[in-house]
Design a protein around this ligand. Structure first.
Ligand SMILES: C[C@@H](C(=O)O)C(=O)SCCNC(=O)CCNC(=O)[C@H](O)C(C)(C)COP(=O)(O)OP(=O)(O)OC[C@H]1O[C@@H](n2cnc3c(N)ncnc32)[C@H](O)[C@@H]1OP(=O)(O)O
Ligand SMILES: [Co+2]
Length: 140
């Protein structure tokens, strides 16, 4: 960690995939690959359904649009078979991270952190400011 930086980056929480058929994707990880998977949960605040696949130290998050204003609809339009949608990295102080990144001209996709799938605050960073990869930060 930088000596003057008030927050630090932690472990990879999950890698998310947008799925045109989330039940089929769940069946692949559960029945074909033998992983432990969660139930399918609607996340109305985020406009997605989620299924988590447990992979030891980290997880996969399977996503499918919920409602007609889903933030992942455009992505699925462009990627008809689905694809890797975002990575989620834990941070020890999300408020400090947001202040710091804003001051470094990295665009945050919401004005404040929102409660994510694990009941903890999350924020997304614009993919065009992160080498083409959408990055979610989650309070550890
Ligand atoms: C439950 C929670 C949790 O885990 O706790 C979640 O994960 S919720 C997961 C779902 N929630 C979110 O993703 C929230 C944050 N995401 C967003 O606000 C949106 O998805 C955006 C990232 C702004 C993209 O929205 P949209 O596709 O409608 O905008 P757009 O068509 O104008 O896209 C702008 C440019 O970004 C590219 N782009 C779009 N989605 C991308 C992605 N996932 N990864 C990399 N690039 C992406 C487009 O191709 C386009 O590039 P070109 O201009 O070069 O063609
Ligand atoms: Co996520």
């Amino acid at each position: 960690m930088h000596l003057l930086q008030k927050w630090s980056i932690g472990k990879l929480n999950h890698v998310a995939m947008a799925c045109p058929d989330i039940d089929k994707a769940t069946a692949l990880y559960r029945d074909v690959l033998g992983a432990k998977v969660s139930e399918k949960h609607p996340q109305p605040e985020h406009g997605v359904y989620t299924v988590f696949v447990e992979l030891g130290e980290t997880k996969l998050e399977l996503l499918h649009p919920y409602g007609d204003k889903s933030p992942i609809s455009g992505f699925l339009e462009k990627n008809k078979s689905g694809g890797m949608h975002h990575i989620c990295i834990e941070v020890d102080d999300i408020e400090e991270a947001m202040k710091d990144l804003k001051s470094k001209n990295i665009r945050l996709l919401s004005d404040s952190a929102r409660i994510g799938a694990h009941g903890k605050p999350v924020v997304f960073l614009h993919p065009k400011d992160c080498n083409g990869v959408l990055v979610e930060l989650e309070q550890a």
